[in-house]
Design a protein around this ligand. Structure first.
Ligand SMILES: [Zn+2]
Length: 192
């Protein structure tokens, strides 16, 4: 298993829809093992394949939940059903989201409190579960990656403006930027 570099916003692989997985083989399972290792080294709660530069519809997660889902897992070619999203302003204290591909930053965003997700395990068997609360947020965030969407693309006007300014100031927003979990300083301060 290998910890892979995490691709930073601006790289085209993050901003286009990922392709369907068609072969449930050993190389798929190797990729998924690398994704788990990278997610753990980065202290993430989820990681989508495009975030390590692979344009395939797969994400991994590690999140203890009271829903009928494993605390750690992965899903391939998922289909997401999303509940209602409140139109109120998001709460910066309770609803701030972050992303390993927008390292070190977080911005508030409303998400649905409930989702249903269905897809396949690494052997091609169908799997599905419902998710609530923050676990539902994780599902929505990771699923978005597979459609080439980052959470910063969903921010309201006020927060979007701040995010765009910061991304520019960091020199991101173009191809080729990455960071290496376990080597580069942890962008979200998990090393401290
Ligand atoms: Zn993300």
């Amino acid at each position: 298993m290998t910890v892979r570099p995490v691709v930073i916003t601006g790289d085209p692989v993050l901003h286009r829809p990922a392709g369907k997985v068609t072969a449930f083989d050993d190389s798929l399972r190797e990729l998924i093992a690398d994704m788990h290792e990278t997610m753990d080294a980065a202290h993430g709660v989820g990681l989508a394949a495009p975030q390590i530069g692979v344009g395939l519809r797969i994400f991994t997660f590690v999140f203890s939940n009271d829903d009928d889902a494993p605390d750690r897992g992965e899903i391939i070619n998922p289909v997401l059903t999303v509940g209602k999203i409140s139109e109120q302003s998001p709460d910066p204290d309770e609803e701030s989201e972050g992303c390993l591909s927008v390292p070190g930053l977080s911005y508030p965003l409303k998400r649905a409190d409930w989702v249903k997700i269905a897809g396949f395990d690494p052997h091609g068997n169908p799997i599905a579960w419902e998710a609530t609360g923050w676990f539902a947020r994780v599902m929505q965030h990771e699923y978005d990656h597979l459609d080439g969407k980052l959470y910063v693309d969903r921010l309201n006007a006020k927060w979007s403006k701040k995010a765009k300014k910061t991304v520019r100031a960091e020199g991101w927003g173009r191809a080729g930027n990455t960071w290496q979990p376990g080597v580069d300083e942890d962008p979200f301060g998990h090393d401290e």
